[in-house]
Design a protein around this ligand. Structure first.
Ligand code: BGC
Length: 441
């Protein structure tokens, strides 16, 4: 199971302390500042659970902290540094169960509905109505933020998952072109290998395996196949020739990666691309934060293109904040947080730092790079064509208890050279059909 992957104590010891320690320092500094300044009447503390811990992600969170601070509130960081957010979910669950939820948490996609169904979220219709969120957000995004027609989450951004990033210098030296199809991708990979560079930088964590796999599925099987297999969990699509070809193509990719990818996180994989130790990377646009930190210009030094075969498709991952039902004195600061998240200037600053595009359509992109501008154009184009696809790997398509067994199979298939595509396909269909022993409440 997804949550079992992150054993609480050793993992927490190793990964959380360093994230929480600077946060404590920040809280102390904020508390001192707070004590020195006259407090506005509604000042309060917001404790926010999130898993944005890499350098660039932390900068994006700093935008939110600054906005809150400008409103006179204090920010209490509850950062869990575990990349995909699995441990964060575990921690959150235990806080909510013990009746002590944080003020807010970074929760997204299908999980929003699950938390709302449990009756743990604070409704946001008052803020959303006053600030006209329905008019500011594309329908797809506002629908994702609602439970039974009522707002229960505030969107921060839209990430595109089906991106291929290419080191421009490596590509030039290899004499290859930006691939538009999987055949072209493997031709470019061969050319890069010939100049002595690892063709593909690969992050070897299970959620990253699944992210790559879903992008291959879109390019190999197409939009209808993706919808049938991953949204409808249609047994015929899960055991179809398109699925077999997807698995074969995914495995073929492995021969173009270095063999030391096991457990590598996305930050390290992006670093390989930045320094030219690898030529290409399949990753959502949060990778831009690490490109920028390394002084690389997305769209210039590191080129962006839709993953092969997915030119007219946009697979999305929307980050959002939910508010928990907290005591009355904490509510004003909590409402300000929701308001801040949807603020126009905030959405610009946050997304410039985060690598994503603003959820609000009226935020101008003149300060954004070419990849962000292309992302918005492709988002709008895909919305019209019906080719916006919720990402399976990022919790947009299925609940975690459905996805977890699927990503186990995908990960095993990647690592076990003897497992055939047919075998993996049968296991995947079985995994997708599994139901949790106890249905979520
Ligand atoms: C989140 C991003 C995050 C990325 C890497 C994605 O699932 O939506 O906000 O930057 O994972 O941790």
């Amino acid at each position: 199971m997804l949550l079992e992957k992150w054993g609480p104590s050793p993992f927490f010891e190793q990964h959380c302390r360093h994230a929480v320690a600077p946060a404590r320092l920040a809280v102390v500094v904020l508390a001192l500042l707070h004590a020195a300044l006259p407090c506005p009447a509604r000042a309060g503390e917001v404790e926010v659970l999130h898993f944005w811990a890499s350098g660039g992600e932390a900068q994006a969170v700093a935008q939110l902290k600054a906005t809150l601070r400008a409103n006179g509130h204090t920010w209490k960081d509850f950062a869990i540094a575990d990349g995909g957010g699995g441990l964060a979910v575990l921690m959150l669950d235990s806080r909510v169960r013990s009746g002590n939820p944080p003020t807010a948490a970074q929760i997204k996609g299908v999980a929003i509905q699950e938390w709302a169904r449990k009756g743990k979220l604070s409704g946001l219709d008052d803020v959303a109505g006053a600030e006209r969120w329905d008019a500011l957000l594309p329908r797809l995004i506002s629908d994702t933020m609602k439970y039974r027609g009522h707002y229960v989450a505030a969107p921060l951004n839209v990430h595109r998952v089906n991106w291929l990033w290419i080191n421009a210098d490596v590509l030039r030296r290899a004499g290859a072109k930006v691939p538009a199809t999987w055949d072209e991708f493997f031709a470019a990979a061969e050319a890069i290998r010939r100049i002595g560079v690892t063709p593909v930088a690969y992050g070897g964590q299970s959620w990253l395996d699944l992210g790559t796999f879903e992008s291959v599925a879109i390019g190999v099987g197409g939009v209808d196949f993706y919808k049938k297999a991953f949204l409808e969990l249609d047994p015929a699509a899960l055991a179809s020739p398109a699925m077999e070809k997807t698995l074969e193509t995914f495995k073929r990719l492995k021969s173009y990666t270095d063999q030391r990818n096991m457990g590598r996180d996305w930050v390290a994989a992006t670093a390989m691309l930045n320094r030219g130790a690898a030529g290409m990377l399949i990753m959502g646009d949060w990778a831009k934060t690490e490109m920028l930190a390394a002084g690389k210009r997305p769209g210039v030094d590191i080129l962006c293109a839709p993953t092969p075969g997915s030119r007219d498709v946009f697979s999305f991952d929307i980050d959002s904040i939910v508010l928990f039902d907290v005591s009355a004195e904490k509510k004003p600061a909590q409402r300000d947080l929701a308001r801040a998240v949807m603020g126009r200037d905030f959405q610009q600053a946050f997304n410039l730092a985060k690598g994503s595009i603003p959820a609000r359509l009226d935020v101008p992109l003149d300060r954004f790079d070419a990849c962000a501008r292309r992302a918005r154009q492709d988002f709008q184009h895909s919305a019209k064509r019906g080719t916006l696809l919720p990402s399976l790997a990022h919790g947009m398509a299925q609940p975690s208890h459905t996805v977890a067994p699927m990503w186990d199979v995908v990960q095993q298939f990647w690592h076990q050279d003897r497992m055939t595509a047919r075998e993996a396909m049968a296991r995947l269909a079985g995994a997708a059909g599994q139901r949790p022993a106890t249905a979520p409440k």
